[in-house]
Design a protein around this ligand. Structure first.
Ligand SMILES: [Zn+2]
Ligand SMILES: [Zn+2]
Length: 98
């Protein structure tokens, strides 16, 4: 089948999205904001921070939350390349610290 595109705007979805992902982040966000607005009007302002939404979107759809371009590895929220980068960074950090 090849490349998947957003059903609403036709934008190409990142590689590795789940088979049941139909919309890009932007469109999901639009829908989500509308839904949140309705929710707030009903229940007040008690929802999770908006900047977390992007993270959850990619996480829930099996996409790397760091680069948004590659499929996340099984059991992880990031792809192999980004995890390697992160590990290098924390290695440096620990070396500095000790
Ligand atoms: Zn879209
Ligand atoms: Zn990545």
């Amino acid at each position: 089948m090849g490349v998947k595109t957003c059903r609403e705007c036709g934008k190409q979805l990142p590689e590795g999205v789940r088979y049941n992902t139909l919309y890009c982040y932007d469109c999901i966000r639009k829908h989500h904001i509308a839904a949140m607005k309705r929710y707030r009007e009903k229940h007040g302002d008690r929802l999770r921070a908006e900047d977390k939404e992007e993270y959850y979107y990619y996480k829930e759809h099996g996409i790397c939350v760091d680069c948004h371009q590659a499929a996340a590895d099984e059991g992880y929220t990031t792809c192999t390349a980004c995890r390697a980068k992160r590990n290098k960074r924390s290695e440096k950090y620990y070396k500095k610290k000790t």
